[in-house]
Design a protein around this ligand. Structure first.
Ligand code: ADP
Length: 427
């Protein structure tokens, strides 16, 4: 039998990394792929997370991409499928969580038990709790958490049973916290009762991380599980895995170190400041000063060539809201973002050509652009640096392919000393 236990489909890139990181911490050897691969997966992994970019695209396209990922995972022997979405349940009445879940259930309809699944973004240790079907972000209900203003997926209803029901044809039920507290047998009995009532999917409450560990055993044998990254902490044990250092082992690190930061989030600001305050070598990218994108890239790489070898170098466009606003006013919001992503991605590629083999990228979109520019198609997930951010190991597209240690940090993740700490934790 193939070694592959879990086949995961994630609706965005950094969410995929978050899930992969949880699986590694629970003892699995995990590879994350960028989109649906054309080649076969490595044969020494326990879980694969296929990272899509399907959260906010049209539902029909999200369904098509997810089914293609499912077909690939099933072909390579995945024993359980996990559909991962955002822990704030980012979706609209048109989808995409519901339509993708129903399409996957339909694709698996020949498998025993595939007519029922669960849905829960609960991850209490990360401030996402579900109580009587209502999602809380920290101490606030979802619709008062700021998510009600999200530009693409405004979440104005915290009742996830109602939210999911609006997206699907099947009936949506609830497994409430009192049942979850009683443990796996009670949860399984509640699943049976819901199935008997004709319920197709159930929101599951989770108010403490232990709830997720109680839920895990009740999901053994489910063809399909859906959730945020939290449910994943309870699944590896079903396949006999226990936390171990071996699951996060990566090849030893070598070569020069660099950081590329295009995130303007508050945590990244502090991290850039902390790195500079410690005397770190840093090169600012100022889109208003540069003659052209190419000139920016060339100047950054020339600066890098002059730096003392052995010390990490930081390249950052990270700027205060006023400065970002000025750039956006000149170029337009989208064009400014895309242009800076291109510049930073070209710098990342140039840095690798100049010998960088340990690279931190700050910013979700910036990470996506850098991974694409480097021609990376899959990442082996290593040890966690900070919650949600592991070191990874990958090969660049080449030619020739170059081995690279990578840490992809989305905006608000990581402690202030992240850039210094991360290199220190790499064996
Ligand atoms: P985060 O994870 O913090 O949201 P992202 O990389 O996803 O970071 O998004 C940051 C966006 O801001 C990117 O599109 C990036 O190109 C853009 N950006 C970065 N620096 C600047 C700047 N100085 N002015 C305008 N936009 C910027």
């Amino acid at each position: 039998m193939t070694r592959l236990c879990l086949g995961c489909i994630a609706d965005d890139f950094t969410g995929a990394t978050d899930l992969a990181n949880n699986l590694v911490r629970a003892g699995m050897r995990v590879v994350q792929t960028v989109g649906v691969p054309s080649a076969a997966p490595p044969d020494d992994v326990d879980a694969i997370v296929v990272a899509l970019k399907s959260r906010t695209i049209a539902a029909s396209e999200a369904v098509a991409q997810s089914l293609s990922a499912f077909a690939w995972l099933q072909h390579h022997g995945a024993r359980q499928i996990y559909f991962k979405y955002c822990s704030t349940f980012d979706s609209t009445p048109a989808g995409n969580i519901g339509p993708v879940t129903e399409a996957l259930m339909d694709a698996m309809r020949d498998q025993p038990g595939a007519s029922f699944t669960i849905a829960t973004p609960a991850f209490p240790d990360n401030q996402r709790t579900v109580f009587k079907g209502h999602l809380f972000v920290g101490d606030r209900l979802l619709n008062e958490s700021g998510m009600q203003h999200h530009p693409l997926t405004p979440m104005r209803d915290p009742d996830l049973v109602r939210v999911l029901q609006a997206q699907v044809n099947g009936k949506v039920g609830l497994v409430d916290y009192r049942v979850v507290a009683q443990g796996p047998a009670a949860i399984a009995a509640r699943f049976d009762a819901l199935r008997a009532e004709g319920v197709a999917m159930a929101i599951v409450d989770g108010i403490a991380n232990d709830d997720l560990l109680r839920l895990g055993p009740a999901l053994a044998g489910f063809p399909l599980v859906t959730g945020g990254s939290g449910v994943a902490i309870g699944l590896p044990a079903n396949f006999g895995f226990a936390p171990s250092a071996a699951s996060s082992a990566l090849p030893p690190a070598a070569g020069a170190q660099a950081i590329v930061s295009g995130s303007c989030s508050r945590a990244t600001h502090r991290q850039v400041r902390d790195f500079i305050d410690r005397g770190g070598a840093a090169h600012a990218i100022d889109p208003l000063q540069a003659e052209s994108a190419d000139a920016s890239v060339a100047a950054a790489l020339a600066w890098h060539a002059r730096q003392a070898p052995g010390a990490p170098a930081l390249f950052y466009s990270t700027a205060e809201p006023d400065a970002v606003g000025a750039v956006q006013a000149r170029y337009g919001v989208e064009a400014a973002g895309a242009m800076i992503e291109r510049v930073l991605a070209a710098i990342a590629r140039g840095l690798v050509q100049q010998g960088v083999r340990q690279l931190i990228v700050a910013g979700g979109e910036t990470s996506g652009a850098c991974v694409q520019a480097l021609g990376i198609t899959q990442l082996m997930i290593g040890p966690q640096i900070d919650p949600g951010v592991p070191w990874c190991h990958a090969s660049t597209g080449g030619p020739p392919p170059v081995p690279l240690h990578l840490a992809l940090k989305s905006g608000n993740f990581g402690t202030d000393d992240f850039f210094t700490k991360a290199f220190a934790t790499l064996p």
